[in-house]
Ligand binder design. Structure first.
Ligand code: CA
Length: 214
């Protein structure tokens, strides 16, 4: 009897200790964990949002200060302010680099190419690189010359260009494609593809942070 009790205790203890391998089965417990994970993710997103906003606001204000001090001719102070802007910008870039990102290849031969699904109010940054052509090999050029365009949920199209930050005004899949215009608005004479990186910004509708390229 004594030995059996010891064995049962040992079994119970080991099942707790080796819990790393086993999954919790009770739905209520899994729901509690899922709720926690969701709340933590939201808190982290809000924190990152607040950091990015504070730093972006500061960069904006320091650029005004930089103009003032440059006009006054205090170059030493201008250099100090400029260095601080550089530090803040690096911190913003670092925060941005940790955000959720997805990459797509967008061929020139398809008018619309499906990418991420967006919900209304989601802020995203779309960056495009590569060369493509709306009409044959001689016109292979970068996205500055042949900017991509987008639409959400098959809605109204809008320009994207090389680097654009915007807030989704509606739910739907973001589709991206080359603007074929008068070239001659057919897609089977097109060539190349571009790489598009979409970053989900932790921003709400009332806190847009503009990170468009100057
Ligand atoms: Ca074409």
């Amino acid at each position: 009897m004594y030995r059996t009790t010891i064995m049962i205790i040992a079994l119970l203890t080991s099942s707790v200790v080796v819990n790393g391998d086993s999954e919790i089965k009770l739905p209520q417990a899994n729901e509690a964990i899922a709720k926690h994970d969701k709340q933590v993710a939201a808190a982290e997103a809000a924190y990152k949002q607040a950091l990015i906003k504070a730093k972006t606001d500061c960069v904006r204000d320091l650029k005004v200060a930089l103009n003032l001090t440059t006009r006054k001719g205090d170059l030493d102070d201008a250099n100090r302010i400029n260095a601080e802007i550089g530090r803040l910008q690096a911190a913003i870039d670092n925060l941005m680099s940790k955000l959720r990102k997805t990459t797509y290849q967008i061929p020139a031969t398809t008018m619309w190419n499906k990418t991420v699904r967006l919900t209304k109010g989601q802020a995203i940054r779309v960056q495009a690189t590569g060369e493509w052509s709306p009409n044959g090999r001689k016109n292979m050029k970068g996205v500055d010359s042949w900017p991509p365009r987008g639409r959400i949920g098959e809605g109204k199209e809008f320009p994207i260009g090389a680097d654009r930050t915007f807030i989704a005004e509606t739910d739907g899949v973001l589709e991206i494609g080359i603007d074929d215009g008068n070239n001659p608005n057919v897609y089977n004479d097109n060539l190349g593809s571009i790489t598009v990186t979409i970053t989900f910004l932790p921003l709400s509708q009332d806190a847009p942070v503009q990170v468009e390229k100057n």
